[in-house]
Design a protein around this ligand. Sequence first.
Ligand code: ZN
Length: 280
Amino acid sequence: MSASELKDFSRLAIHTITTKAWSLEECVDRFSGAGVKGITVWRQALEGRNDVAIGAAGARIRGAGLEVVSLCRGGFFPGKTEADRTKALDDNRRAIAEAAALGAPLIVLVCGAVPGIPLEEARKHIADGIAALLPEASAAKVKLSIEPLHPMYAGDRSAVNTLGQANDIVEQLRSPWVGVAADVFHLWWDPALEAEIARCAKLGALDAFHICDWLSPMADMLNDRGLMGEGCIPIRKIRGWVEAAGFKGFNEVEIFSQRHWARDPKDFLKDITAAYLKHS
Ligand code: ZN
């Protein structure tokens, strides 16, 4: 058996943002050519397309042998005024329609935070916002998956900063259409992580698993994520916890990196598949 036949990419998915210089079509062709089996589509890759065109994009993805893992992203629920919060809900309704047209089973939610809104109040806006979307989510058969973000983003991106907090919202809302997207970048530091992964799975809410690495030092808190193996996250150990809890979905490579984005995406893709085998 040759080395290439030993490569197991059956659970490897990549986010379109990871190779953001490429159009959706180029991502599909290149990912599929590299043997990748899943894709998470960021909404900017769909910009300018109506639902018919989004449906055609979904068909093209499946035709290339890739599974649509999720649509990224919805959320940003907290707002200082009722009008701000209503606007956010409208955008999430649009995201649900896009996910349905694309054939994506779930939307990843970056839940939001606004400087000046206390975190407790922001979490209430988040739970209320998700609850308000449940009729549309259930009608479209699209799950809303809360992605807890690292506490360094509590100021302006998400008031949900641990898997425990995400699990609490799942328990509070008690809907089969609410779940969680677990990302090692955001969660690796948490001493309660293994227990909360098990709790999340027990709730039937462990929907997605995102991988990359944590660089130290980090040049930019948003756009300096590492390729697996470049940093200090014990990815294999966390993947082990997720799989021990019963998760059978994709390992989704999601990397925002000015450093890697500056390279030829073809070379970056080669490094991603190699690092996936070696470090994930
Ligand atoms: Zn993520």
